[in-house]
Design a binder for this molecule. Structure first.
Ligand code: IPE
Ligand code: IPE
Ligand code: MG
Length: 254
């Protein structure tokens, strides 16, 4: 779909029925962005963190109720320690800042999804405090996927269901698609309608694999730190033009 955004596309995007309720973003390309500038990878992560802060504002303005960003995968521990530490530091900074600038963040409910057990105790504490403090905010829910892996999430869910079966509080025939969805970190939230991956890579890299069953995908060549309002609107326009049939022969009514 062409970029007719400023020739009427914006109206199309803003109509509620054409707007995704949940957007997932794989924030990829920070390292390449830094390399192009002859800078260390950590410089790219810093710029990526800035793009993330801006993105939340753009989504709030566009009345997107749920946003999930992929910040650190269960596979990203393979990276050099220095890089892992730098990413964790940026996350700490974000959590601290969100806590301090309460007024600016009054519409944002922050939730960290992923396995928080292996994270540093101070980081876990900051996460718990911010989640508690922002849980009543209703503008947008921002899930930060941190030490997140879709397969790991399913393992956790299946273990919890297996425990309930073992205890006798659940029977195998009560295990349904809905129950599995409700056992994930995203329990109670709608599945992502739109998943955006910048950086030119054409893969999911273990992101929301269960929840993405019927998501629309938009892959873009831009590197994450350069992703701004214009790129978001391009993706939203592309989404608004898709025909979502969910197996039927006509587009679903929303
Ligand atoms: C995404 O950018 C950030 C994380 C995975 C934490 P990358 O660091 O993967 O950037 P590229 O893909 O190497 O350019
Ligand atoms: C996916 O990006 C994870 C995040 C953006 C946090 P990666 O850069 O880790 O993915 P691969 O290795 O290219 O699949
Ligand atoms: Mg990458």
């Amino acid at each position: 779909m062409g970029l007719s955004l400023y020739k009427g596309g914006y109206r199309l995007i803003m109509e509620e029925k054409n707007r995704p309720k949940h957007i997932g973003i794989i924030m990829d390309g920070n390292g390449r962005w830094a390399k192009k500038r002859g800078m260390p990878r950590t410089f790219g992560h810093k710029a990526g963190a800035k793009a993330f802060r801006e993105l939340v504002k753009h989504c709030l303005e566009r009345k997107i109720p749920y946003l999930t960003v992929y910040a650190f995968s269960t596979e990203n521990w393979k990276r050099p320690q220095e890089e892992v530490d730098a990413i964790m530091k940026l996350l700490r900074d974000y959590l601290d800042e969100a806590f301090q600038h309460e007024d600016e963040n009054k519409d944002i409910c922050v939730k960290v999804i992923g396995s928080t057990g292996p994270l540093a105790p101070d980081l876990r504490e900051k996460i718990a405090r911010l989640e508690e403090k922002t849980k009543g905010n209703t503008g947008i829910t921002v899930n930060i996927a941190l030490n997140y892996g879709g397969r790991d999430e399913l393992v956790h869910a299946f273990r919890s269901l297996a425990e309930q079966i073992k205890e006798g509080s659940l029977s195998p025939d009560q295990v349904t698609e809905d129950l599995i969805s409700d056992s994930l970190y995203t329990a109670g939230q709608p599945d992502p309608d739109l998943i955006i991956r910048p950086s030119g890579e054409l893969r999911l890299s273990n992101f929301l694999i269960w929840q993405a069953a019927y998501a629309e995908f938009v892959f873009m060549d831009v590197l994450w730190p350069d992703f701004g309002a214009k790129e978001l609107d391009q993706a939203l326009e592309e989404y608004a033009g898709r025909s979502r049939r969910f197996g039927d022969i006509t587009a679903a009514k929303s």
